[in-house]
Write a protein that binds this ligand. Structure first.
Ligand code: ADP
Length: 397
């Protein structure tokens, strides 16, 4: 069984074709600049040379068509015909309160997703475009939606409710939803496997630290709290997002800087985070380099970032009443020994002891705490595409 995993952004489309017999990637790629001049698909069939296809893509349907043509191409393709694609798994960012699990895409599901677009205006519309485009070109292939929010639907109401007038929750469904659920679920399950204990007995904190970043408390295998909220802006400081701030800053800025609501939104999403503090970059490699060369604002950005991660670990340990495992994953969590070390520094009182030698590693599944550390600290590369393909396999059967 071969499953195509599709992740659509507003002008991009990432894909992987996975052979579910051995869970290996057969082909993967990225379509960029969809609907913009200079569209391009970068395609790779594993074991063959990478190709770059420069061709106009006026919309997502055109992009999907080019991707499928690349997959069946006699030179750089991976399969003989499109009939070999048994199902398509779509990453969908927001499933609202309606979707607590992945679902087979039906007309009713699409309608419900359109409704969710209200609370995820940046993410759900492109996800839906990808779904419609695939349906047109592969009309008889089952499609599954896998939601970033679904894993967090187990949160109790005292984790998801904001202290705003309750009517706003009733009227607009303003509440914490949480994101990166596919990743938090995947690495928490992997963590239990790695330490050889049933997940039902474990209190795990998963730190997904990429461009966007979130931390989740996973108690007994279910999400009980998470740092992202109504949107992916809340929580940690991120590459360009501010994370938690005093909400009064928003109206203060609107008045003092004469900014509109959408301008403040842009400032908080695109110009803040470690980029905003350091003035150097949103990429931690650049910031770590600059800090090592003595750039004080770069160092300050890192210090703020690390402290935030530590604060969330501490608060989630308190919330769960204990802690067995901390997992680091995603771009920074997997590749920055410094981040893991600094975020865990001072947590010895909780039983967290990093082993500097073991921690000096990038991108490999490994226990990076000392043998006598009560809390195990794990580095687990996330694999959201495989997680989506697994869910799709179960549901599309
Ligand atoms: P996305 O949220 O876009 O999926 P990723 O999980 O790929 O992001 O994470 C990207 C981030 O990971 C980059 O912005 C970079 O800051 C960080 N990163 C990647 N490799 C390294 C590295 N070797 N050292 C430090 N940071 C890294």
């Amino acid at each position: 069984m071969k499953i195509l995993v599709v992740n659509c952004g507003s002008s991009s489309l990432k894909y992987q074709l996975i052979n579910m017999e051995n869970e290996e990637v057969i082909a993967k790629g990225l379509a960029e600049r969809i609907g913009i001049e200079g569209s391009v698909v970068k395609h790779e069939t594993i074991g063959k040379e990478k190709v770059v296809i420069e061709q106009e893509m006026k919309d997502h349907k055109a992009a999907i068509q080019i991707v499928l043509d690349a997959l069946v191409d006699s030179n750089h393709g991976a399969i003989q015909s499109m009939d070999e694609i048994s199902a398509v798994g779509h990453r969908v960012v927001h499933g609202g309160e309606e979707f607590t699990d992945s679902v087979l895409i039906t007309d009713a599901v699409k309608k419900a997703l359109e409704k969710c677009s209200d609370i995820a205006p940046l993410h759900n519309p492109p996800n839906l475009m990808g779904i419609y485009a695939c349906e047109e070109i592969l009309p008889n292939v089952p499609m599954v939606a896998v939601f970033d929010t679904a894993f967090h639907q187990t949160m109790p109401s005292d984790s998801y409710m904001y202290a705003l007038p309750y009517e706003l929750y009733e009227k607009h469904r303003i509440r914490r939803y949480g994101f990166h659920g596919t990743s938090h679920k995947y690495v928490s399950q992997k963590a239990a496997e790695m330490i050889g204990k049933p997940i039902e007995e474990l209190k795990i904190i998963t730190c997904h630290l990429g461009n966007g970043a979130s931390i989740t408390a996973v108690d007994g295998g279910v999400s009980v709290d998470t740092s992202m909220g109504f949107t992916p802006l809340e929580g940690l400081a991120m590459g360009t997002r501010c994370g938690d701030i005093d909400p009064a800053i928003i109206t203060f800025l609107m008045e003092k800087e004469n900014l509109s609501g959408s301008q403040v939104n842009e400032l908080m999403n695109k110009k803040s985070g470690v980029l905003g503090i350091s003035g150097v970059s949103s990429d931690f490699r650049d910031i770590e380099d600059a800090a090592a060369k003595g750039n004080e604002r770069a160092q300050l950005a890192l210090n703020v970032y690390h402290k935030k991660v530590k604060k969330y670990i501490g608060s989630y340990a308190a919330e769960m009443g204990g802690l067995d495992v901390i997992v680091f994953t995603a771009g920074l969590g997997e590749n920055s020994p410094e981040t893991r070390k600094e975020a865990c520094k001072g947590l010895e009182f909780l039983g967290v002891k990093i082993d500097d030698e073991k921690n000096n590693v990038r991108g490999k599944e490994r226990i990076v705490s000392t043998d006598d550390s009560k809390v195990k600290v794990l580095l687990i590369p996330t694999n959201e595409e495989l997680a989506i393909a697994r869910e799709t396999k179960v549901i599309a059967k």
